[in-house]
Design a protein around this ligand. Structure first.
Ligand SMILES: Cc1ncc(COP(=O)(O)O)c(C=O)c1O
Length: 457
């Protein structure tokens, strides 16, 4: 089995860092300028995550190509960490946005447009659940769905998997201590209360942890992705998702499936691809082609129970009760969503994207096999990710322990220097409708070259 030559890695990392900085004077200057008035020197603090000491500054983006201020063009596999899954500025979305803004008029008015019912019907066709409401982000969709789940069940707690990520949702920043108790995830910024007061932490692929957490009958909702995608991709083992549904049914706990990233599995995410039966579904990031949007869907049963609870209590869904937001459901987001779902993120587009992710995965696997490297690559529909462990980790906690900061920084910089962008968070690559086989092969070639340079002889 091959290993990484650490002194060669250190040497190559220095070289890639220097090459990155030298080739990007305009981005470097823009970053220095931005440092004066922006928190962390960037418009949103995560943008400081990019490898290289400063982020490349965006000049323009179209399809799966992105050009920076210094004139470098990249094949973009980051795609806005999924926000641009439909590709950058897809033509049907742009036409709908133009129409709404210029011809129809009205960006946000706190009044419904007919696009909302079309989008909701389309989401029902894809995900099964029958009643939808809109937000401006997946974070808000999750927050509001959790509140409704507590109202519907009359229970106080949430269950969430260790190292799952659902946006900046307080209840979900949990991990499991070695004794199985729930503790805050490292780095959690000033939580209002210790998360164990709101949440029971679960371990992925460990049904016993789920049984134990739900058995007391005080958990309103189990929130999960159908595969973890924010700590590498950790797939469910056979029977695990059926087991979740069964334990939820037995304990009267609602099951919320967050498909924000796993929409990559197909037009109806894993819910459709794997025949799941969620009580609630949440979505965000991509389905309005990059225009801000989020959505939560309720099964008919949950919608009926919600109506009963609203009638029986003073819960205020139409004003300041804690669900909703002024700009949510605005005319522009919904016009963009209608065009994106109807004409861009179609069944045919997913077939193309998934074929390319299969090609991408095979290309990476070839290099891992050639060197017998103890890494793994996992595909989930149109996305794929490599991880520095073999076999691929089976739990969130296991995957959290499989990071390698130096190798990761090296790969990100070496790829960027060769015109390829991966998401700044771990090593995820996403295909969009504009991605081509040649783009995938460019990654395969660059990956083979940069990995060979650090493998011990
Ligand atoms: C599964 C999942 N849900 C929700 C979110 C939150 O999305 P946003 O940051 O756009 O609100 C994310 C973000 O990465 C996510 O991966």
């Amino acid at each position: 089995m091959a290993t990484v030559d650490r002194s060669q890695l250190a040497h190559r990392l220095d070289a890639e860092r220097s090459a990155f900085a030298e080739a990007r004077p305009a981005s470097r200057a823009a970053a220095a300028d931005a440092a004066t008035h922006l928190v962390g020197g960037v418009p949103m603090t995560w943008m400081a995550k990019w490898a290289g000491g400063f982020p490349i500054f965006l000049a323009e983006a179209r399809g799966n190509r992105l050009t920076d201020l210094d004139g470098h063009t990249y094949v973009d596999f980051a795609l806005g960490d999924t926000g641009a899954m439909a590709g950058h500025s897809p033509a049907p979305t742009i036409a709908a946005v133009r129409r709404q803004v210029e011809e129809v008029g009205g960006i946000t008015a706190m009044l419904p447009t007919t696009d909302a019912a079309w989008v909701a019907a389309e989401l029902t066709r894809r995900f099964g659940v029958g009643r939808w409401s809109f937000a401006l982000s997946a974070t808000d969709a999750n927050r509001w769905a959790l509140r409704l789940a507590r109202l519907v069940t009359g229970r106080p707690l949430v269950a969430s998997f260790a190292y799952g990520y659902h946006g900046t949702v307080d209840e979900t920043f949990v991990v499991r201590a070695p004794d199985g108790s729930t503790v805050a995830r490292a780095g959690n910024v000033a939580p209002a209360v210790p998360p164990a007061q709101t949440t029971r932490a679960l371990e992925w692929n460990d049904l016993a942890s789920v049984e134990a957490a739900l058995a007391p009958g005080d958990v309103a909702v189990l929130i999960t992705e159908p595969a973890l995608t924010n700590i590498g991709i950790v797939l469910p083992e056979p029977g695990f998702l059926d087991g979740l549904r069964e334990v939820c049914d037995r304990t009267g706990t609602l099951l919320l499936i967050d498909e924000t990233h796993t929409l990559s599995a197909g037009p109806g995410g894993c819910t459709q691809a794997w025949g799941l039966r969620p009580d609630l579904v949440t979505l965000g990031k991509s389905f309005a082609g990059g225009v801000p949007i989020g959505a939560y869907g309720l099964s008919d049963d949950v919608a009926a129970r919600l109506a009963e609870r609203v009638a029986a209590t003073d819960a205020d869904l139409v004003d300041v009760g804690g669900v909703g937001g002024t700009l949510a459901g605005n005319a522009l987001s919904l016009a963009a969503a209608r065009a994106t779902l109807g004409e861009v993120l179609t069944h045919a587009a997913f077939e193309h994207m998934i074929d390319l992710a299969t090609r991408f995965t095979a290309g990476v696997q070839e290099t891992l096999d050639r060197h017998d490297l103890p890494w793994s690559v996992v595909q989930l529909g149109a996305r794929a990710e490599y991880r520095f462990a073999r076999p691929a980790p089976r739990t969130g906690t296991g995957s959290a322990g499989a990071g390698d900061d130096d190798v990761e920084e090296y790969l990100h910089l070496a790829m960027a220097n060769r015109g390829i962008l991966l998401t700044p968070f771990h090593n995820m690559a996403l295909m969009c409708p504009a991605t081509t086989a040649a783009d995938v092969d460019a990654h395969t070639g660059a990956f083979a070259e940069v990995v060979a340079a650090i493998v011990a002889a």
